[in-house]
Design a protein around this ligand. Sequence first.
Ligand code: TYD
Length: 208
Amino acid sequence: MTNDHRFTGARYIAFEGVEGAGKSTIAKRVADHLEAAGETVLLVREPGGTEVGEKIREILLLTDHHITPRAEAALFAASRAQLVAEVVAPALAEGGWVLSDRSAYSSLAYQAGGRGLGLDEIFDLNDVALDGVWPDLVVLLRIEPGVGVARQSEGDRIGNEAAIFHEKVAQAFDDLAEEEPDRFLVVDASLPEDDVVDAVISYLGVAP
Ligand code: TYD
């Protein structure tokens, strides 16, 4: 499953999908490939990726307290604002690639879709946080939410939400991909890992 759009060289790439879609593994393998091809690559994860961001990650994922949907969205955005300013924008400015395990698109799927806050609010919040630096390409690793959640070794506060929540998130990702076909590469993440990696690499068009 690939979009018709041909990737034109922009370098901020987000790997997205429901829990257990294999984002971290695939992002790492694509980063390794790019590095082997002589490219400068930075691999980051959200929430986290900076000292402040990792602290926010602990609050978001490990706390036992109830966090309201808006507070949750704001915390994700805060972690992201720090990451973009401290790490992503400087790396892009130096001409490197930034591969991100999740991104603002997770907030559009989880907080806007899953929590029901709506796209307008979450887009605006994140546009401020990112200072306009949105990912150039979103690789959506698509898998049935039930299959993905079952693949997870350990859950967290959000990963352990009910099945209906993850179904809403999966639907939101599909809607986002449909809305912005030029920005999304949709890959069937139930395929063997090598095939998923090959699909992304051939789309990027960076020779080994
Ligand atoms: P992550 O550690 O990537 O979890 P997994 O590898 O299990 O997919 O992400 C942590 C959780 O945070 C995950 O349940 C998705 C959620 N999340 C949001 O709800 N909004 C966001 O903006 C981000 C980045 C993550």
